[in-house]
Design a protein around this ligand. Structure first.
Ligand code: SAH
Length: 193
């Protein structure tokens, strides 16, 4: 059978903590895979907020969501940096978000110069930990293989390792014998008590 893939493990982490009606965030829409997955988990009574800085990602994700769910009102796609996510989420959901998913790096097949960068990724992670409810989770798929990726991975690793263990549990899921700096997952859970 083998171990589940990095992306599947990220989905399992979210699925275990997200219920219908929850508020969730896809911080890096890209092709919209995480947004689709999250929209199924929260259903019509929940809300998915999605962020990307490229119009193409917003358009593509919007088309996929509409094909699957119709013109449902429970999806809010925003052409904005995830570093500003707090300003885009209504104050009453701050501290009540069940899952926030990041998939770093560049959009496959597109302009590889648009990559996530530490100067916005770290503020976005800070914001994510504030938005999260107790028992909620942030998943971060980290891509150290492209130019700029290793630097971002080091920054994300250091930031995650520095989170206080009284309030957060931080897990890494990583294949350690693969070539070419493969992606890995960091999951941050806000502790219940
Ligand atoms: N590397 C993944 C896909 C990552 S897509 C894979 O191989 O499957 C990452 C997305 O993040 C891209 O669509 C990019 O436009 C977006 N992005 C980059 N900087 C961002 C920012 N500051 N805020 C929100 N999205 C950002």
């Amino acid at each position: 059978m083998g171990f589940v893939s990095i992306l599947s493990f990220a989905h399992q982490c979210a699925a275990a903590r997200v219920r219908p009606g929850d508020v969730v965030v896809d911080a890096t829409l890209g092709n919209g895979n995480d947004a689709m997955f999250l929209a199924k988990l929260v259903g019509d009574s929940g809300v998915v907020y999605g962020f990307d800085v490229q119009e193409q990602a917003i358009r593509k994700t919007g088309e996929r969501l509409e094909a699957e769910f119709g013109a449902a009102g429970h999806i809010r796609l925003l052409l904005a940096s995830h570093a500003e996510m707090e300003a885009h989420l209504p104050p009453d959901v701050h501290g009540h978000v069940a899952a926030i998913m990041f998939n770093l790096g560049y959009l496959p097949g597109d302009d590889h110069s648009v990559i996530t960068r530490p100067d916005s990724t770290l503020p976005a992670l800070e914001a994510a930990t504030r938005l999260l409810k107790k028992g909620g989770i942030v998943t971060i798929v980290v891509y150290p293989g492209h130019e700029g990726g290793a630097e971002e991975a080091r920054a994300v690793d250091a930031w995650c390792s520095g989170l206080p263990q009284e309030r957060f549990q931080v897990l890494q899921y990583r294949f350690t014998n693969q070539k070419n700096s493969p992606p890995y997952l960091i999951a941050v859970e806000k502790k219940l008590s």
